[in-house]
Each structure stands twice: as C-alpha cells, then as structure tokens.
Design a protein. Structure first.
Length: 412
C-alpha cells in the first residue's frame, strides 16, 4: 500500500513539474542556449578567390590581382621626332597590383575596398558602401561610372591588354559619387549616377567638375546560360566643367606616351553618347562601340570628336566567352578543362580588333589615330592567364608605331 502511494505521489510531482510555469529569467536563458546551439558557423571556401560566409547574412571576400607586362616598341622616324625617341623604348611594368576586400553585413549592407599599388601609391579603385534594395543597389563612394561595355568589363576579363582608343579617350572611368543600378534577370541591366571628377585617391577639388552618367543594356537573345546571346546598350555621360576640358589616348600600349591629345581647351560642358553591341555564338564572340563627344566650347565653334572599335574572337578549344548579365559586361573565363597533368590544355583564344579615334575638329587639332591589334590568350585555369598582343598604331599625317605586348596575370 505504501509503495503504491509513493509511486502515485512521485508521478504527480513529475507531472506538476512538467506543466509548472517557468521563471522568465530561466526561459530567456533556455532560449539563448537554444539560439547559440542553432547559430550558424563561419564557412571558409575558395571560389576563384577566398570567401568567408555565415549563412546569408554575412560574407567576406578578399584577394587581388597581379598583371606583369612586357613591352617591345618601335616607331617611324617621324613619330620618334614628333614625340621623342625615349617614348618608344622596350620595358617592363606591373600594370596592376591590387588587393581588395569586399563583403555583406547583416544581409543588406555591402562594401568594397580595393587599392592598386602598381604606381607606387595605394591608389583608390573600388571603395564604396552600398545598400541592397529589392529594385537594385544604391552605391556611395569611388567606383566606375555607368558607361561603356569595355570600360565596365574588368581588366581581368578583357580580351586585349588595353582598352580601345575611343574608350580610353572618352570614358569617365573611376570617380566619386552616388548611383543606383540593377538588373532584371539575364535580359536587362541599368545604372545611373551623379559624380564629382576625382583623383586617384577619390578626392574632388572642384565642385564645378560634375558628371551625370547613365547606361542601359538589353539582351534580346540570351540562351544556354549565355553561350548564345546578343547584347545592345546605350550610355550617356554629361560633364559640367570649370572652364576647361581635355581628351587624349594612348595607342593601346600603356608603357608609351599618348599619341592623340586635344590639350586642355576652354569649355564648360560636354555630352558624350555611346552605343554598344556584343554577341556570343558558341566559340565565336564579337563586340563594338561608337562614342561621340559634343563639346560646348567657350571659344569659337563647338567641336565634335568621335571614335569606334570592333573586335572579335574565337576559341580554339571547346569554350565560349562568358557574359555577366548583372553588370552588362564580359566575365571571368572558365576553361572546360584546366591545364593539368591529366591532359587538360586550358582555354585558347585568338582575337582581333580595329579601333579609331578622331580628336581633330575646327581649331582643335588633337590628331586622328587608327589601331589594329592581334591577340592570343591562354587560360590555364580560371585564375591565371597569359596574353600576347601585336599593336600597330597609325597617327594620320605623322606615321606608325608598333608594339609587341606580353602579360602574365594571376587574380584571386
């Protein structure tokens, strides 16, 4: 009898304890312990660069690029006399030596800090903070304005060592400001922003040097994850200037002087419009742009300058050039088979480009230049590339200069 009573009492006490109210402090401790137990761990991975992630809310990437260039140059006597023989010497340079860190904080805040040490200083490249919105991204800081297919394609992914003549002459490139950009699937990308003309450290010293820039890209054809596509784009850049402006370009070889140059002349604004087209069809790809600059001069008639390029390439291996829909530019090349000990050859590509720029109109005689560039690229793997270019530059009324360029590149 006593044993049965003791067993019943014990069962009653256990049932009462199970349904008894829990003290608030103890409940909070239990919830904290449960949350801590369920907390996601940091994950360190490699995806053509180092990445540290914690769920979908935190992400940190860090890496860099090294581009080492060799230049072999020659020029006509008339060209050497006009520009100086010392400008056409063989040489070597680190074209770019960059380190970066970028990431996402609490899901909706993004940032990037990238610096280039190739010139001996820590020059700003992409240094910004961004707000991730449902419609796109609002970005504050120092980064490329929304202009030109070739300009917005990273130097890591260009088909040639240098960008084409009209892009070098007219593209605003890196400046400091605020912009908003976004995309809709693989078919549409867009961006617009307001910028101050800034130096290599993101500093603008004149509030009157301002740019308004916008670009839209549309792909009426996009199939098989970009293996077949047609891209069309339009960009507009309006520049307000404090009494002067200048346009100039190197001959698609960096370790030499600029062969076409308007010099600084009196003007208070310029409207620059660029139209672009690109396509990919299996191993074959092509791209082209036309850019025109209408200048509001303060002296004499208003000059108009323009330029264009067309380029094409073909992969000798079973690869195709990749396109990044979110930014509307070409993307990292990933060989189907890396160069390895099992017989992989990496990806091999041949390319050709014709570009022209005319910086002579009215009283401004910045000269006219045509370039033809031949290229051979080898991609042993997605993070490494070897490039060989032959460039012939014809300055109208002056003469020719020729360059053989070689680059090895690693980015991570």
């Amino acid at each position: 009898m006593l044993n049965r009573l003791s067993t019943a009492a014990l069962a009653t006490l256990m049932l009462a304890a199970e349904f008894a109210p829990i003290h608030p402090a103890r409940a909070e401790d239990a919830q904290a312990e449960q949350a801590e137990a369920q907390e996601e761990e940091w994950e360190f991975t490699w995806s053509n660069g180092f990445k540290l992630e914690k769920g979908d809310s935190f992400e940190l990437k860090f890496g860099g690029r090294v581009q080492a260039d060799y230049t072999f140059a020659s020029a006509d006597d008339a060209v050497e006399i006009s520009y100086g023989a010392d400008e056409f010497q063989d040489g070597f340079e680190f074209r770019r030596a960059r380190l970066f860190m970028e990431g996402r904080i609490y899901d909706r805040i993004k940032f990037k800090a990238q610096y280039d040490f190739a010139g001996g200083d820590a020059n700003f490249r992409d240094v910004y903070v961004a707000l991730d919105q449902d419609f796109g991204e609002i970005r504050f800081g120092h980064y490329k304005e929304y202009f030109s297919l070739e300009e917005l394609t990273s130097s890591k992914y260009l088909a040639f060592l240098e960008r084409s003549l009209p892009v070098l002459a007219f593209s605003p490139s890196y400046n400091s400001g605020v912009g908003v950009h976004g995309s809709r699937g693989d078919r549409l990308n867009w961006g617009i922003g307001a910028f101050y003309d800034a130096d290599d450290f993101g500093v603008s010293g004149d509030e009157d040097d301002r740019n308004i820039t916008g670009r839209v890209g549309f792909r009426p054809i996009y199939e098989d994850q970009g293996k077949r596509l047609l891209h069309l784009g339009l960009a507009v850049n309006h520049r307000d200037r404090d009494n002067s402006i200048r346009f100039r370009a190197r001959p698609e070889a960096h370790l030499t002087t600029r062969l076409v140059d308007t010099g600084t002349f009196a003007a208070d604004s310029a409207l620059i419009v660029g139209a672009e087209v690109a396509g990919v069809h299996d191993r074959f790809w092509f791209a082209g742009e036309y850019i025109q600059a209408d200048v509001d001069s303060l002296v004499g008639a208003n000059p108009t300058f323009d330029g264009a390029y067309v380029q094409a390439g073909y992969f000798l291996t079973d690869d195709h050039r990749r396109f990044k829909s979110s930014s509307g530019g070409f993307d990292r090349q990933k060989p189907k088979r890396n160069w390895d000990r099992s017989g992989g050859r990496g990806a091999w590509e041949v390319a050709i480009r014709f570009s022209t720029v005319d910086l002579a109109d009215g009283r401004i005689n910045g000269l006219e230049q045509d370039d033809v560039t031949l290229g051979l690229n080898w991609y042993p793997n997605p993070a490494t590339r070897f490039m060989l270019n032959f460039v012939t530059a014809d300055v109208k009324g002056v003469g020719d200069a020729n360059f053989v360029l070689a680059r090895w590149q690693v980015d991570f």
